[in-house]
Write a protein that binds this ligand. Structure first.
Ligand code: 5AD
Length: 351
């Protein structure tokens, strides 16, 4: 098959696909996914271990100035219990996610926890998602045993980024962090919110080109969903549009970067009960079941109507397996499911 060139104009056209065209787009992306990275769906049990955050992102439910959130940090012992659950469930990897904190205490804690997990469960892959940190901190986490890192750019357009974030957050620094993570040797993931305020379809096309340009290994992107008490204007929010655009983004990205890992995110399920299945059918190959202890889940609502907050980790496991199987894909246990792209990148294979 002839390789298609994804120009800006072509990407916009594909992102706008509806009806039969959209069906064809998703089918093609799923076929490419099956061929290049297989029908396997890899698990990353996500532990939302703290909702303290120094940032005040205008769209986020756990932003610093939201006084309606009860702040929590779960203990090392509780984290290890979550990892133990993942180990018994045979999830190949875990994700440790929290709000962004840069204190010495927080950094020491994360390093220690990663080290302890690696010691007790050497077979489990560890992904971190704890925001912007110094290069030296990223190095410490890497040495302790984390090998993948997620840091969403949120928008690849500086002007748009600045409308979503307060002045003390720097677009340039965020990009620098992504580069530092790559230089250290992490498998690096990024992503954006789809349908966020002020965003145009052209922004999304640029986001996809940005992922390609920085040669990213993994992408997690989901629909924007308004959060409670938002200081941002949500009057343009359109559920159906955001859902369709999110699925089209996954599909187009799969065609553009066939060998990367793409997550079918929980936020898709906030907009449609079958949202995560639709994400898999559009070309995703990673799923992130929540394993945060149930009692904390309601306090980690980045957006309204987040699914799975009343469920236990066992419920989520059983539910997610059924969801994966319903798409004809294969739940893949006990494997890290690393990004194929990462290894090609490491070996200098640029094909
Ligand atoms: N809707 C959708 N996603 C959100 N996030 C934060 N707030 C929202 C929201 N209102 C996403 C951000 C962040 C990730 C952890 O959660 O993209 O990087």
């Amino acid at each position: 098959m002839e390789k298609e060139t994804f120009t800006f104009e072509r990407i916009v056209e594909l992102l706008e696909s509806k009806g039969k065209k959209q069906e064809k787009l998703h089918k093609n992306a799923a076929l490419i996914r099956d061929k290049i990275v297989s029908k396997n769906v890899y698990f990353r049990g996500i532990i939302e271990f703290s909702n303290f955050c120094k940032n005040d992102c205008f769209y986020c439910g756990i932003r610093k100035s939201n006084n309606h959130v009860k702040r929590y940090s779960i203990t090392k012992k509780e984290i290890i219990d979550c990892v133990n659950f993942c180990n018994n469930a045979n999830y190949g990897s875990i994700v440790l996610q929290s709000g962004e904190i840069r204190t010495k205490q927080f950094i020491d804690f994360v390093e220690d926890v990663v080290f302890e997990i690696k010691k007790r469960y050497p077979k489990i892959g560890i992904t971190l998602c704890v925001g912007e940190q110094d290069k030296e901190t990223y190095e410490r986490f890497f040495k302790a045993g984390a090998h993948r890192y997620l840091l969403r750019i949120e928008s690849s357009d500086q002007e748009h980024y600045e409308r979503l974030h307060p002045k003390d957050m720097s677009f340039t620094n965020r990009k620098k962090c992504l580069q530092n993570l790559k230089d250290i040797g992490y498998q690096v993931g990024t992503g954006v919110m789809i349908g966020s305020p002020f965003q145009k379809i052209e922004n999304l096309a640029k986001d996809l080109l940005f992922f390609k340009e920085i040669d990213i290994d993994m992408v997690g992107m989901g629909p924007y969903v308004p959060c409670s008490d938002a200081p941002i204007d949500n009057s343009d929010f359109n559920l159906e549009k955001n859902l369709n655009l999110s699925l089209n983004m996954i599909a187009v990205l799969r065609l553009m970067m066939p060998d990367i890992n793409i997550a079918s995110t929980t936020a898709l399920q906030a907009l449609n009960p079958l949202g995560r299945e639709l994400g898999l059918k559009a070309g995703a190959n990673v799923i992130m079941p929540i394993v945060t202890p149930t009692k904390y889940r309601k306090d980690y609502q980045l957006y309204k109507d987040k699914p799975c907050i009343e469920e236990s980790s066992e419920d989520c496991k059983n539910c997610i397996i059924k969801r994966i199987e319903s798409t004809g894909m294969i739940p893949c246990f006990g494997e890290w499911g690393d990004s194929k792209h990462f290894f090609k990148r490491k070996n200098g294979d640029i094909s």
